[in-house]
Design a protein around this ligand. Structure first.
Ligand SMILES: C[S@@+](CC[C@H](N)C(=O)[O-])C[C@H]1O[C@@H](n2cnc3c(N)ncnc32)[C@H](O)[C@@H]1O
Length: 255
């Protein structure tokens, strides 16, 4: 039997990230301490100095882009979710920094040798169709200057596969019921979350993500022209990568 990915799976992320409860709920796990540590580590991995041109691809609500801009980097934040970019714009204004915000899909990236560094962090890769992922990596490569660096920080598929298929957790005071499926043929992970909104209404949102193994991701990066060093770690802190690592982090450089 052949398994095919339904088109709507590849669009679920649009509604998921645009949901009015998303920022509030995710804020309960993406604490300011965690963000500060991630921005510091990312700054080192990307080699960020004042004036460094950085593209934060999948910047969301500007959690990383705004503090990076505060270090003096010249930051472009790119995202396909307008409500999150509105939050990001307000955050930049509040922090007194300039960021170029672009509302567009990743596949629309068409910048040539413009950035010293590109990051895609906090699980911002794999939501779209698989050919788009490859096209996105190729566009990232073209957007980088010679010597440029790309860091991707995403889920560790091998660890995810050992997690419960049905579970519940608390997010910002709400009880969230979570049902997960993994398609071993397409390597697509889907989560459906159900919770009760503040007005008492029952809510449900899902997202679907193509999970890449470390070997696959490294091969794709080589394929699109990252001919410099490629390192794999289990977190932005540079810890060794293993099947149980909290994250999959790949740093790839243009030679
Ligand atoms: C989990 S959030 C991470 C946000 C941010 N990087 C962080 O760490 O806080 C993923 C973001 O990627 C964006 N995104 C995912 N796939 C995209 C695509 N194909 N085109 C544009 N944006 C996309 C979503 O809109 C969302 O804002």
């Amino acid at each position: 039997m052949t398994t095919t990915v339904q088109t709507d799976e590849q669009d679920l992320w649009r509604g998921f990230f645009a949901d009015e409860d998303y920022v509030r709920m995710v804020g309960s796990i993406l604490t300011s301490d965690r963000t500060t540590a991630e921005v510091d580590a990312l700054g080192d991995l990307l080699g960020v100095r004042p004036g460094t041109r950085v593209l934060d691809l999948g910047c969301g609500q500007g959690r990383i882009a705004v503090p990076l801009a505060r270090t003096g980097a010249v930051v472009t934040g790119w995202d396909g979710c307008e409500p999150l970019l509105d939050v990001a714009t307000a955050a930049a204004r509040g922090a007194g920094v300039e960021v170029e915000w672009v509302h567009a899909d990743f596949v629309e990236l068409a910048r040539e040798a413009e950035f010293d560094a590109v990051c895609n962090v906090g699980t911002a890769f794999g939501y779209a169709a698989e050919p788009d992922d490859l096209a996105t990596l190729a566009a990232v490569r073209r957007a980088l200057r010679p010597g440029g660096v790309f860091v991707i920080d995403t889920e560790n598929r091998e660890r995810m596969l050992t997690s419960a298929r049905r579970t519940w957790f608390e997010r910002a005071g709400d009880l969230v019921c979570c049902a997960r499926t993994f398609d071993a043929v397409t390597s697509r992970w889907t989560e459906s979350l159900r919770w009760t909104a503040s007005d008492g209404s029952a809510r449900e949102r899902s997202y679907s993500l193509r999970l890449y193994g470390a070997t696959e991701l490294v091969n794709l990066l080589r394929q699109v022209g990252f001919h410099g060093s490629i390192t794999v770690s289990g977190g932005l802190d540079g810890s060794a990568y293993d099947v149980g690592s909290p994250r999959l982090v790949v740093r790839a450089s243009v030679s």
